[in-house]
Design a protein. Structure first.
Length: 80
């Protein structure tokens, strides 16, 4: 969920058990991708796995600039 000030909040905690090999694989991937935490790595891997299966996540709130509405406009040619 994104709050009014743009901060991301997570209301649900999910605990999982991993084998040593699974944890090592997550950590290796995390460090290779420069992810800040195991949690962020697991969230990213989960998103990618769901996307690979064709699952579409709800977009949540986005800023208009993410839709290209308020991006930089190309300069118009000057008239002489």
């Amino acid at each position: 969920m994104v709050t009014g000030n743009g901060n991301l909040t997570r209301a649900t905690r999910l605990q999982i058990m991993l084998t040593d090999d699974e944890l090592a694989a997550v950590d290796d991937w995390r460090f290779g991708e420069h992810m800040p935490s195991r949690a962020s790595a697991v969230r990213e891997l989960l998103k990618r796995g769901l996307a690979a299966e064709g699952v579409v996540l709800k977009a949540g709130r986005r800023k208009s600039e993410q839709f290209g509405v308020l991006g930089k406009q190309p300069k118009k040619a000057e008239k002489y």
